[in-house]
Design a protein around this ligand. Structure first.
Ligand code: IPE
Ligand code: IPE
Ligand code: MG
Length: 255
């Protein structure tokens, strides 16, 4: 993959990632809170949904760049368990986006060897939304490139509560003792059980909070915030975040 990318980088003069990115030190898992679509639209005198539509195009570009750089997992916060509070037409629009995105992009994702996944509670999703995502998951299940993990109807506290509940059931049934509940055990009951924790978290739009996103998994991740609104976020911003990440010293409590 690295060789392929180096070749692509040297052949692609117009769309060339900066040479300052160290390709030997790419974060394995990048998580992004894609925020600011509404404000982007408002600044332009457009309805909020226009921002979501524009944001979808950015997803496409960042997925390709992440894959080309050799990122293994890209988790994108697309809809939180709290976002149901928004006006119904906006929620309906957001629930149509996975279909729109995937109907355009699935062939490209397949070609780029991307594997689509869903992180979140599928039960409350409208059938048409779930169908689109499940089709993409199924059609990319054998792919071995970037894992594109869509956080859709995702809330970290709910995720943790469900994990605790399922551990409690195992204890009740005698399959597990209370002492056997460890960090590793809890981790195995989360929706990210087979993924490594994010190395880098990016949040756009200037908000400095997690908004119920991967509270457990982000314990030792590096954070990078930008004022750039998601629809204005480019591959260059993405690389800037990676370059900053590469300069950080990760100590995990050590020295
Ligand atoms: C992020 O943009 C997209 C979702 C949360 C679905 P917002 O819609 O939150 O945009 P702002 O924060 O209102 O600008
Ligand atoms: C977080 O953004 C959720 C997503 C990006 C999907 P919000 O815009 O919903 O977060 P708050 O409300 O500003 O905390
Ligand atoms: Mg927001």
């Amino acid at each position: 993959m690295l060789e392929k990318f180096k070749k692509w980088r040297s052949s692609n003069e117009m769309d060339r990632p900066s040479l300052e990115v160290d390709l030997e030190n790419i974060p394995n898992h990048v998580a992004i809170i894609m925020d600011g679509n509404g404000r982007w639209a408002k600044n332009k005198g457009l309805p909020r949904v226009a921002g979501h539509r524009e944001g979808m195009k950015v997803v496409n570009r960042i997925v390709s760049r992440a894959n080309a750089l050799g990122v293994k997992v890209l988790t994108l916060y697309a809809f939180s368990t709290e976002n149901w509070k928004r006006p119904k037409p906006e929620v309906e629009f957001l629930m149509k986006l996975p279909e729109r995105y995937l109907s355009h992009e699935l062939p490209k994702l397949k070609k780029e060897n991307v594997k689509v996944r869903l992180m979140g509670c599928p039960d409350e999703l409208p059938p048409h939304t779930l169908r689109a995502v499940e089709t993409a998951i199924d059609e990319t299940k054998d792919n071995t490139g970037l894992i594109l993990n869509f956080a859709l109807n995702y809330g970290s506290r709910t995720e943790i509560v469900k994990a605790v509940r399922s551990l409690a059931t195992e204890v009740e049934q005698g399959a597990l003792s209370a002492e056997q509940i460890t960090e590793e055990q809890l981790g195995k009951h989360l929706m990210t059980s087979d993924l490594k924790d994010p190395d880098l978290l990016i949040r756009t739009s200037g908000e400095l909070r997690l908004s119920n996103f991967m509270l457990w998994q982000l314990a030792y991740s590096e954070f990078w915030f930008t004022d750039v609104l998601w629809p204005d976020f480019t591959e260059e911003h993405f690389e800037e975040a990676i370059r900053v990440f590469q300069k950080r010293g990760r100590r995990y409590g050590g020295v």
